[in-house]
Ligand binder design. Structure first.
Ligand SMILES: [Zn+2]
Length: 426
């Protein structure tokens, strides 16, 4: 009987895998398609406009998991096979634009931001739909368009001739998490430093859970994109430099918020290597960083806390994790609606806590959990998180998503990151 069950289960597993692979062969070619667009608007309204389509050489993502499982992100896009109307690819993501929409400036100014998404190159005509997440969690279509993959005007430009190094090699891109670092503010003669800096980041990240346990599934790449000048723009010091992806401190007037709106340059450079997540490494001693889900993560190389910051930012960028702090200065206003369960896996409004880390909380632990010695290392429900002091709760007293001094990620963050690693790898 045991043998029969085993054979049956094997058949199911094999059947599922081969069906997914068949889907890839049926719907997609090698290469990836990149869709560049502009998101524009203000606090109250937004629109999306197509810039152009591009064919890129590598597809670093899964060839068996096409439809988004996590449901994270303020935006979501779907690719539908036109003939069958079947959704053949979907992903959620976040943007710098949506963060800007929560700032004071967005109440009085209209602004536009570049945005890009990538997906495996379709074989046949597909319908692309970009959705925004409404406050109640439902989606609203911002842009719908038919894509003919044979269109002569889809750009197939040559890649820049940058050196690409696989700094940590644990397998084929389709079966691995590929963290691809691109150089920002490194001059041509500083590339040995860049490669050493990426290796240093990789060693640190792979020493921290859950990456440590999953390290056999994780690759690190370094794309040696040179800049004319070193470092990054620093408006508070009136320092302006010419760099590969135009990064700057003082984003939204927060000194430590290092970002860039130049995602077109970032994607052009990252296309030199396969990637699941892009990390921009800025050659600077200054404290700062940023991480936006399924967009990119950015941090500096030489500040004493640079490694902790990069790990935190990749928590946002790759893992979709929220900030668990609530006392630091941020530019955002009313970032979370307390009547709605946020989509981020590591904060809760207790509207639907069952959907979060309730299974990790012992029955004897009170909800909310008091911050004292007894619960210092316990997974609980602690008030304050996501820039909000009251009504938003976090899973631990401290976590890498809260401070650089935390020992590492809390249990809820570790679980969410592990699920993401498993989703990206086959
Ligand atoms: Zn956490």
């Amino acid at each position: 009987m045991r043998t029969v069950i085993f054979v049956f289960i094997s058949f199911l597993l094999f059947g599922a895998c081969s069906s997914a692979q068949t889907d890839y062969d049926m719907y997609f070619k090698e290469h990836s398609m990149r869709l560049d667009m502009v998101l524009a608007g203000n606090k109250h309204t937004q629109s999306a406009y197509l810039l152009e389509l591009k064919q890129e050489p590598f597809w670093g993502g899964s060839t068996t998991k096409f439809v988004d499982k996590q449901g994270y992100g303020e935006y979501h896009f779907t690719i539908r096979d036109k003939a069958s109307n079947k959704v053949i690819y979907s992903r959620g993501f976040c943007t710098l634009f949506e963060e800007w929409r929560t700032t004071e400036e967005a109440k009085t100014v209209n602004k536009a931001f570049y945005q890009t998404v990538t997906f495996p190159y379709p074989k046949n005509e597909v319908v692309f739909t970009l959705n925004e997440r409404r406050k109640d969690g439902t989606y609203n279509a911002l842009l719908t368009m038919l894509i003919n993959p044979e269109d002569d005007n889809i750009r197939k430009e040559k890649l820049p001739n940058y050196e690409v190094v696989k700094v940590v090699d644990n397998g084929e891109p389709a079966n691995s998490v590929d963290f691809t670092f691109i150089a920002e503010g490194y001059q041509l003669d500083e590339m040995d430093k860049f490669k050493a800096d990426v290796k240093d980041m990789a060693d640190y990240i792979l020493s921290m859970e859950p990456y440590k346990t999953q390290k056999h599934k994780i690759n690190f790449w370094a794309v040696c994109s040179p800049s004319v000048d070193s470092e990054a723009d620093n408006p508070r010091k009136d320092k302006w430099v010419n760099t590969a992806v135009n990064s700057s401190f003082n984003t939204f007037y927060i000194d430590r918020y290092l970002e860039t709106g130049d995602v077109i340059s970032i994607r052009d450079i990252a296309a030199c290597a396969p990637y699941d997540h892009i990390c921009v490494l800025v050659n600077s001693e200054k404290y700062g960083g940023g991480g936006i889900y399924n967009h990119f993560s950015i941090g500096t190389s030489d500040h004493p806390k640079a490694r902790e910051v990069m790990l935190h930012e990749i928590g946002h960028g790759f893992g979709g994790l929220a900030d668990e702090y609530y006392t630091s200065d941020v530019a955002y206003q009313n970032f979370f609606d307390l009547k709605v369960e946020p989509w981020q896996p590591n904060i809760t409004t207790l509207v639907n806590f069952k959907s979060k880390w309730k299974h990790l909380v012992d029955e004897s632990t009170p909800i909310p959990t008091p911050v004292n010695n007894k619960y210092e290392d316990v997974c609980g429900v602690f008030e304050g998180g996501g820039y909000v002091e009251k009504g938003v709760y976090r899973p631990a007293v401290n976590c890498r998503m809260k401070t650089n001094e935390a020992k590492g990620f809390c249990p809820a963050c570790q679980e969410a990151l592990t699920e993401m690693i498993e989703f990206v790898t086959d």
